[in-house]
Every structure is written in C-alpha cells, then in structure tokens.
Design a protein. Structure first.
Length: 279
C-alpha cells in the first residue's frame, strides 16, 4: 500500500514539474487579462485598495475609529483587513469560475485540471503582493503626518514576518478555491451563493471594527473561529502593532489552512475526471 501511495505521489510531483511552466504562463495571462484595455493597467492594484480605504475611512472612521484604544491608526487598520479579505474573495471567486472560462481549452488539450483554479489564485496573489506596496506607502504617509493616530505606528523587525499570514491565506484560499471550482461545475448557483456569502462574511470579520466592540459572547466566538480573523490579526500584529504574532492564532490558522487544502485536494481528485462531462 505504501509503495502504491509513493508512486502516486511521485507521479503527481513529476506531473506538476512537467507543467509548472504552463502554470506560470496561465498565471501571468490572468494578470494581464485583468487589466486589458485599461488605461491605468496594473496601477489599479494601487488605486483600488487606496480608494476603498479612503471611502470606508470617511464613512466608518467616526463610528469605529474612536471606539477602541487598540486601533492605533484606523485607516491603516482598515487597509490591512480589507487587503487580505479582498484577496480571499477575489481569488476564490476566480478559481470557482476557472473551468467555465477555460472550457474550450480543457476539451481540446490535456492539462492537469488543477492548473486552472490554481493559476486563478496565484494571479490574484501577484496582484495582492503588488498592493502591498500601496500599504507601505499608506503606512509611511500616516506615520510621517501623524493623521488619525498615525504617530502611534511603530515599525519593528516583526514586520518581516508578515509573509507568514500571507502564505497561510494563500494556502487557505487555494483549498477553498479547489472545492468551489468543482462545485460550480455541478451547481452553477454556487457562484451567486458565494457572492452573497462573501458579502455577509465581510461584516463577520473585524475589518471595519475591533473585536472588543462586540459584546455578545456567541458572536465573538463565531468571529474567532473564522480562519480569516486569525490570519488578518496575525498580519496586523506584524504590520500595525509591531508585535510578535500570537502563537495560538498562528497554530490555529496553520492547522485550518492545511486541513482546508487537504480537503480541497482530496475533493478535487475525487471529481476531477468527471468535470469535462459537465462543462
């Protein structure tokens, strides 16, 4: 049994190595198509999160920004949460529709089918990484000017650990994306259901507000078991608070991310051979 499992694992690794250049090309193609026929092009990776931060800060800054001493600088607090959440929703949504968008190629050319949802997640991760430059500029602006409590921002070497929650979010999003990509082939309504769920999820994660503003115990529990809460808080520990990441949150986020990815791979392998018959 172990010999068979090792052969399957080696076959999967060899197959991935064979098509890894294709994965790179698909990823870059998705990045280019996102900004095709756009005058500003990749600059939207800076402008979109920046404009969202400005609007939300103006609308909700007076409501949530003064409520908690733990929110050092509300615009940066908002930006960090919004940035990670946007990557999750956008990457999973694009992975979900990856087979429908590439069905003409899938029916003609053999390519490991996981390449399509995986490239959708990775292309959005590229955009997410570019948007990090915008976060750096925003952080520097508020630190220098001192607006909205920006003088309380501190930079420490812990900021270098921000890649850890980013990587965990990538793993988690890949697992969710693999599951959604298969479900959407069999049930097209999943696309609309997921759109509604992500809108609800936005308010179930402390992006606009701090967790301490919630007084209902069961609501606090629901928010804390959400993996996105752990990953966003870990990211804020590094970038916003200049602190070492919470080990409890780190262990929880790591375990949930790996389990989600494992479930996604198993579910995808179970149904991948039948996908072509339902496109």
């Amino acid at each position: 049994m172990k010999v068979k499992e090792n052969r399957e694992l080696n076959h999967g690794v060899d197959m991935f190595n064979k098509y890894k250049n294709l994965l790179k090309e698909l990823t870059m193609k998705n990045v280019k198509l996102k900004y095709r026929n756009s005058w500003l092009g990749i600059l939207w990776s800076f402008l979109q999160p920046l404009l969202n931060m400005i609007v939300l800060s103006v609308v909700f800054g007076g409501i949530f920004g003064k409520k908690s001493d733990l929110i050092v600088c509300y615009p940066v607090y908002l930006f960090t949460g919004r940035l990670l959440f946007s990557f999750f929703t956008t990457s999973t949504s694009h992975a979900m529709t990856a087979f429908r968008r590439n069905q003409a190629i899938i029916k003609k050319v053999y390519v490991p089918k996981y390449m399509y949802p995986l490239s959708a997640v990775l292309s959005n991760f590229v955009t997410f990484a570019i948007s990090m430059l915008c976060l750096i500029c925003v952080w520097i602006f508020f630190k220098v000017t001192g607006f909205n409590g920006g003088d309380g921002l501190e930079i420490t070497w812990y900021a270098l650990l921000c890649f850890v929650p980013m990587l965990l979010l990538l793993i988690f999003s890949t697992g969710v994306g693999l599951i959604l990509s298969v479900l959407c082939v069999y049930f097209r309504d999943i696309e609309y259901i997921w759109s509604v769920l992500t809108q609800l999820l936005f308010y179930m994660v402390p992006i606009l507000y701090h967790l301490e503003t919630i007084n209902t115990k069961w609501m606090v529990f629901v928010i804390k078991i959400n993996p996105l809460y752990s990953m966003i808080e870990l990211f804020r520990h590094c970038i916003l608070y200049g602190q070492m990441m919470s080990w409890k949150l780190l262990v929880y986020a790591t375990v949930v991310s790996l389990i989600t990815l494992g479930i996604g791979i198993l579910f995808f392998n179970w149904k991948s051979d039948d996908i072509i018959y339902h496109l």
